[in-house]
Design a protein around this ligand. Structure first.
Ligand code: AMP
Ligand code: MG
Length: 460
């Protein structure tokens, strides 16, 4: 295994060399062995003290140059010119079995020069939440950063109460964000902005290099990738929770699982984040927010587009078109149908789901023949049936197992108290989300009535 330093070499202005903090009593909690193997890392070695040191960033190969990355971002609409990795480190890039470059990155590895008032640390619960939710997303076929491992540090982290600390090792196509471009733009250094764009083209959207206007093509590629991503979130009922521009990738992968959750009862106004009081990042707002974030990317790229605002606006307009196409087609597929989408039939269904407070995920499995629909669909059903839905195809796109909020809470609470068994079982269920298995009934069931209004906290 060799660990590269391409980001640090090509974009030194955005990389601060830094070292992970030591952990007093490290203990490996979870490891994605199949991901490890993909990266050419031996899972058995990763379980040794040396391997755990590697996962903590404290025992790295000689050539590694870990860095904290600089980026900016709009947080809840307010621009912050210098955010950066306050508690994270890019260890470097690995080449996976498919020959692709993958970032290996830590979260919770100690304060960096970007930490401001933060302690640089992370708690076991939120890091395991990222682990389980990102595994579920990957198994659902939704582009996402991956979680390689979570290591408990043996250090106490102080939040509202004292909590056990942890470091997450995550893997991404890269950690370039909309906020990375905003940072480069805000420095006023156009050469840096151009090198960042060239780096992004080469790593994620190589076809743009051959286009007549490569930087406009890069923007279009990001618009397209994000339209695809957000349509997948919406179809799966996923609420990201903090869609700040620093939490939106250039690659089109989901990143930064904080107060994220899968929706239980269908309601566009669903918000899970305790800090999102205005509902800016509610389920139903996500496409609009993604478009808003992409407008910020366009602004950052303008100097590379010869300040051609018309071209930028026209390309941004593709987001809506692509998003609408993909979400309609995806919903039609969830209904087991092919051919022209009947928008009215879909809209009526969503209204019925909303009015009836119907569990979004369970509904589609029930519809294909596995149980109670949970509300009155008497007028709607015959019209749907008349279209000849393919129920076997439905079961290939509608998951039976998702990381339901009550199950995630139960598993994280147990893990925080030292019992990893519930988390392991949940991970097993969501790792094969479409395949119904005996004995896993409680993983398919909606939240109990008394679960109440669910809020996740910032994940810090
Ligand atoms: P997030 O909302 O997790 O994307 O984080 C937003 C910003 O806050 C990023 O710059 C993080 O690096 C920083 N941050 C979050 N939590 C901490 C922490 N405990 N210590 C230092 N920086 C943090
Ligand atoms: Mg973030």
């Amino acid at each position: 295994m060799t660990i590269g330093n391409r980001f640090a070499r090509e974009l030194p202005e955005m990389a601060v060399r830094w070292q992970a903090e030591d952990a007093p009593e490290p203990r490996l909690l979870v490891l994605d062995e199949s991901l490890a193997a993909d990266l050419g890392l031996d899972p058995a070695w990763l379980r040794t003290p040396e391997g755990v040191g590697f996962l903590l960033g404290t025992a790295l190969p000689e050539e590694a140059t870990p860095v904290a990355q600089a980026y900016a971002g709009h947080q809840f609409g307010h621009f912050v010119p210098r955010l950066g990795d306050g508690r994270a480190l890019l260890l470097g890039e690995l080449t996976d079995r498919g020959g692709r470059l993958r970032d290996l990155h830590l979260k919770g590895s100690g304060r960096t020069p970007f930490a401001r008032g933060g302690d640089g640390l992370a708690a076991v619960g939120p890091m395991l939440r990222e682990y389980v939710v990102s595994r579920a997303m990957h198994a659902l076929g939704i582009p996402t950063t991956r979680s390689l491992a979570v290591v408990a540090t043996g250090r106490t982290v102080y939040r509202e109460s004292p909590l056990p600390g942890a470091v997450l090792a995550r893997v991404a196509a890269s950690h370039l964000r909309v906020g990375s471009f905003q940072y480069a733009r805000a420095t006023g250094d156009h050469d840096l902005l151009r090198r960042l764009a060239d780096h992004a083209i080469s790593r994620h959207h190589p076809d743009a290099a051959g286009a007549e206007r490569p930087y406009l093509a890069l923007f279009e590629a990001v618009v397209t990738a994000q339209a695809a991503l957000v349509s997948r979130w919406m179809l799966a009922g996923f609420v990201h929770g903090v869609m700040n521009t620093d939490n939106m990738t250039i690659s089109g992968e989901t990143i930064d699982y904080g107060p994220c959750a899968f929706m239980d009862a269908f309601d566009p106004a669903t918000v899970y984040s305790s800090i999102d009081q205005g509902g800016r990042y509610a389920y139903g707002n996500q496409p609009l927010v993604a478009e808003w974030n992409l407008a910020r990317l366009a602004e950052a790229l303008l100097p590379l587009l010869d300040d051609d605002q018309d071209a930028a606006v026209a390309t941004l307009g593709l987001f809506r078109t692509r998003y609408n196409e993909l979400s309609s087609a995806g919903m039609w597929e969830k209904l087991g149908l092919s051919g022209d989408v009947d928008r009215a039939l879909v809209e009526e269904l969503l209204t019925l789901l909303h009015k009836g407070g119907v569990d979004y995920t369970s509904f589609f499995r029930a519809l294909s023949g596995h149980g109670e629909l949970g509300a009155d669909f008497d007028d709607w059903l015959p019209r749907w049936r008349a279209l000849g839905p393919d129920t076997a195809a439905m079961d290939r796109v509608n998951p039976v197992y998702i990381p339901r909020n009550h199950l995630v809470e139960e598993a994280l609470a147990a893990a925080t108290d030292g019992d990893l068994a519930p988390l392991d079982r949940l991970v097993q269920a969501v790792s094969a989300p479409f395949e119904e298995r005996p004995g896993l009934e409680r993983y398919a069931a909606p939240a109990p009535q008394d679960f109440g209004v669910y809020r996740t906290f910032c994940g810090t």
